[in-house]
Design a protein. Structure first.
Lengths: 244, 244
DNA sequence: TTTTATCGTATGTACTTACATAATACCAAT
DNA sequence: ATTGGTATTATGTAAGTACATACGATAAAA
């Protein structure tokens, strides 16, 4: 495999090295356990210093993709792969439909807001760039059980005039050619504060399942950040996993 | 705060710097958002080079504990809680070990009990057949954060005299030729009752993440039912999924 | 008062050099 | 065949230097 780095590129050398290393890691040759090229040789081959290369290597080692041994070399860490039923993760409406639950929107609000710092970091934008915020209160026909706040990366191209009653990712795909490919979620338990209690017709201090979802398109580009506040008595999150 | 590094120590300077930085990160002074000492000054103060200090800083930034801005400085990002990835589901000890979290058992009880009806159904046995119940209170070295109750199918062959301080599924595999192949989990939010609050050194009514795990061996034969009650302020459940 | 330009600050990138250390290979001695 | 010593190999640690760049503060201009 021809390895090269573009010294004229504005992309920092250590980041290009990282990208290249990730490709090596993915190749069957190194997946099999063969040692990667030694640091000195690879650095020379790429025309960068060993320090710069190690900067990239350090990150991959820390990420658990590579393992190094003094006097031996570097190789790809064997990873046990696991298939998970959450592989076909869905938008809310698709999820509820799959469970046979008829739902409806109680509230829907679209607005443009400045992201806070954490959100700006996730999207890789400045805090002075407005982004689209979508608020929905949803539930079964008789009562709401989840309050959503979604924020979208500007590059998704949403105008605010889209039909948000449709399944979200279906609409993104059809109208904006944006594919929601990866979802990373954090599930935690909190207590309903006054605001959430009011929205969910719930008591202050009652248990709420907070579901933070980071949605990425192709090439792990962030497209959506989604918060879901679920009445705990109306919602259980399920996950099924298998050992590789 | 007096900052110092032992230049005579066998511990690498960058690791000592990392440890020190973690203490700074934990202190209320910097938790509030105040900028850390600038790199040049801190390096000089510690008697190490800026490069060595940056090695430690890089790790903490990558870990999401710190955020840096050119021309501005470095400060603490909101500290992330303990999380679990279902992608590689593991026993508790393996999970924590993978995260570099040192844990210990605060309590461990083994007993034989009659299953209730739901449990009997899950195991496919009668309610008059005693099963092994394992109770553990676990956490970081300073305080517990999760209370476990586990029940095992009689066919697993547990005697009650096993070493339950070892990683559970490893022990099952080695001593009973039982492979934990599939895990199905239900995550929900509840409030700490008197019993759980007492165990977790928590306040009654505080949020708790309840994690019910159904573990199956080969051919989907049930082998374990596990309840985990996690202090919500100490635990976030994470899931990563990809569209098929 | 607002806008623009400039400057200072602190981090980011990159390199070179030097030495330490763990693992392995090889060879000699038994 | 086994054991112990040595050399080689590749990573690990550390320092110092130089310059680039983003951010915020300040002053000048409009």
């Amino acid at each position: 495999m021809k390895l090269s780095i573009d010294h004229k590129s504005p992309v920092p050398l250590h980041l290009q090295a990282e990208t290249l290393l990730r490709k090596l890691i993915e190749s069957p040759e190194y997946q099999s356990g063969k040692l990667l090229p030694i640091e000195i040789e690879l650095a020379q081959q790429l025309g960068i210093s060993r320090t710069t290369l190690r900067q990239a290597l350090n990150k991959l080692v820390y990420e658990g993709l590579l393992i190094r041994k003094k006097g031996v070399g570097t190789r790809v860490l064997e990873q046990r792969s696991v298939s998970s039923k959450s592989k076909n993760w869905l938008s809310f409406s698709q999820e509820m439909q799959a469970r046979g639950i008829v739902t409806r929107n109680f509230e829907l609000h679209v607005s443009w807001v400045y992201p806070d710092e954490r959100l700006a970091i996730f999207f890789g934008i400045n805090t002075d760039k407005k982004i689209l915020k979508l608020v929905r209160l949803r539930g079964k026909t008789d009562a709401p059980f989840v309050y959503f706040e979604s924020y979208f990366h500007p590059n998704v191209g949403l105008t605010g005039e889209e039909d948000f009653t449709r399944p979200l990712y279906e609409m993104l795909e059809k109208e904006h050619a944006v594919i929601a490919a990866i979802s990373k979620e954090e599930i935690s338990a909190i207590l309903a504060d006054k605001f959430i209690a009011e929205k969910l017709e719930y008591e202050v201090g009652s248990p709420v399942l907070l579901r933070k979802r980071f949605v990425f398109g192709k090439a792990e580009r962030p497209i959506e950040y989604n918060l879901g506040f679920y009445k705990a008595d109306s919602f259980v999150y399920t996950v099924e996993s298998e050992r590789g």
